[in-house]
Structures are given as C-alpha cells and as structure tokens.
Design a protein around this ligand. Structure first.
Ligand SMILES: C[S@@+](CC[C@H](N)C(=O)[O-])C[C@H]1O[C@@H](n2cnc3c(N)ncnc32)[C@H](O)[C@@H]1O
Length: 249
C-alpha cells in the first residue's frame, strides 16, 4: 500500500504558511520544508529492519518530515518496521492542530502511533535526558534557527546537559543526538554556519564525539531550499548515526 500523506501536508503548507504572522514566524523560525526536500531527506535513511521504529521530529511544524519518513516506510522502500511510534514536538498551538490532523491520517492504515507533544522542545528534551531516556531509533529535523542569548534560560539548561551552543538549531541537533539509541540515524536540514568559527566549536566537539557523519548535501544555491519563503541562507542536509560516546578529538 502506498500512502502519500506528504502531498496533503504540502498543500496545507502552501495554504497556511503565507498567513503566518511575520513576527511570530521569525521568532519561532517557522520555515516549512517543501515536499521535494522532505522526500529527499527521508530517502537518506539507510535500509533498516526493526520491530519498532521510534521516530523523533522536533519542531515538527505541519508535519512534512514525519510524513516523508512514514510515506517511505509505507511504500516498502527499504524501511522494514513492524510498527512505529512518532514523537512530534511543536510549540505553536495553531500549527499543532494541523499537525495532529495530518498525522491522524495514518492511523487507520498503518501500525503507527503518533504522539504530538506541546511545549518547548528544549525543556521537554532536557527533562527526558535527565531521566536517562535514549529511545529514538530515527530522527528527522528542520529545527528553528535563532540565536540563543548568553544569559537566557535555554543557554543555562543546555549547559546543564553538557551542551554549549549559540543557536537553537544546534541545540535541537545536540538534544536529539543525546536522546538517540546507539546506532540510531539522524537526518537534518540546517544552516552551514556550524561548520566553522569558534562559537560552534563546542557543538562540533559534541557532534563528532557522539556521531559519525555519513552524508552531507550542499544545495547549489542559497535560495533553493526554502524558496517559497524567500530565505537566503546556505543550508546543508547532513545525515549520520549516533555511536557510543567517545572522547572528542
Ligand atoms: C524551521 S520550522 C520546521 C517545521 C517542520 N519541521 C518542517 O520541516 O516543515 C521549525 C518549527 O519549530 C517550531 N519551534 C520553534 N521553537 C520551538 C521550540 N522551542 N520547541 C518546539 N518547537 C519549536 C516552530 O513553530 C516551527 O514549526
């Protein structure tokens, strides 16, 4: 059975995204992934056979990334799971209402249990990490991009988790990695800025101490990935897997 709920999520994106309030859109980094990019990201997960897939989509928006992943599984394209649990975190009430409806479309036809989690992912993830939770087998991310002030609560809670970073996008990746099982797979579309400069050095150490990078995709032009939103930014898609923690080089 091939289900393409992603097409439905993309139609919703084209309808909902232009109406998002500009101030809130920029404060929460609400730039949704078009279906072509979402599908490409889902295609980067290596083939897997598992009883239960536990997928994390942090800052899930309208659900494009979860849909792309579940559609690939439903199409029988290399992902062989008996069942799947999907944790979709979204802070915005209005987006969350759409997200809930979109992911509910799967539950009649597939053994999938979507859980939509309200609130701030940084706090929710920190709470789970402190409880020792390391359950995700797969993570798919287009996290918000926003500077974290040095005296903010986010900065302090991240520091408590051993994560020293200056932007929400790197915080989302680091927290997701910390909640992944050994051997879990993560695919994220993020700005390229973490690759250089002293501010991102602690994040790079965190990343390379916990994960092996398998693939990096660079877009040919800076305005390609989020062209509907006029975003001019150099993005990359990276995929890798979490390995047992080792000392950073
Ligand atoms: C860049 S958008 C990506 C949305 C979706 N993942 C996609 O690819 O289309 C980031 C999303 O994260 C949400 N967000 C921002 N800050 C958040 C936070 N602290 N906790 C949870 N979600 C957050 C925003 O409302 C937005 O929907």
């Amino acid at each position: 059975m091939t289900i393409q709920i992603l097409d439905h999520a993309d139609a919703l994106r084209r309808k909902v995204a232009p109406g998002l309030a500009t101030k809130r859109k920029s404060a929460l980094g609400q730039f949704m992934t078009p279906s072509s990019v979402a599908r490409f990201m889902a295609s980067l997960f290596p083939p897997a056979t598992l009883q239960t897939c536990r997928l994390l989509d942090a800052g899930a928006g309208l659900g494009a990334l979860s849909c792309a992943f579940i559609d690939r599984w439903a199409a029988g394209d290399g992902l062989k799971f008996q069942d799947a649990e999907v944790d979709a975190y979204e802070i915005d009430d209005a987006l969350r209402a759409h997200l809930e409806q979109t992911l509910a479309n799967y539950t009649g036809g597939l053994p999938v249990a979507p859980k939509i989690i309200a609130g701030d992912f940084i706090w929710e993830a920190a709470r789970r990490i402190l409880q020792g939770s390391k359950s995700y087998t797969h993570v798919i991310l287009n996290p918000p991009y926003k500077k974290i002030n040095s005296a903010s609560e986010h900065r302090l809670i991240l520091r408590r988790m051993g994560i020293e970073t200056v932007n929400l996008y790197t915080a989302f990746v680091a927290l997701s990695l910390a909640m992944m099982r050994s051997g879990g797979q993560l695919v994220a579309i993020i700005p390229r800025s973490f690759c250089n400069g002293p501010y991102y050095r602690p994040f790079r150490d965190f990343l390379l101490g916990r994960a092996a990078l398998r693939h990096m995709h660079l877009f040919a032009s800076r305005n390609q990935a989020f062209k509907d939103d006029d975003v001019l930014q150099e993005n990359i898609i990276s995929s890798g897997w979490s390995v047992p923690r080792r000392k950073a080089m």
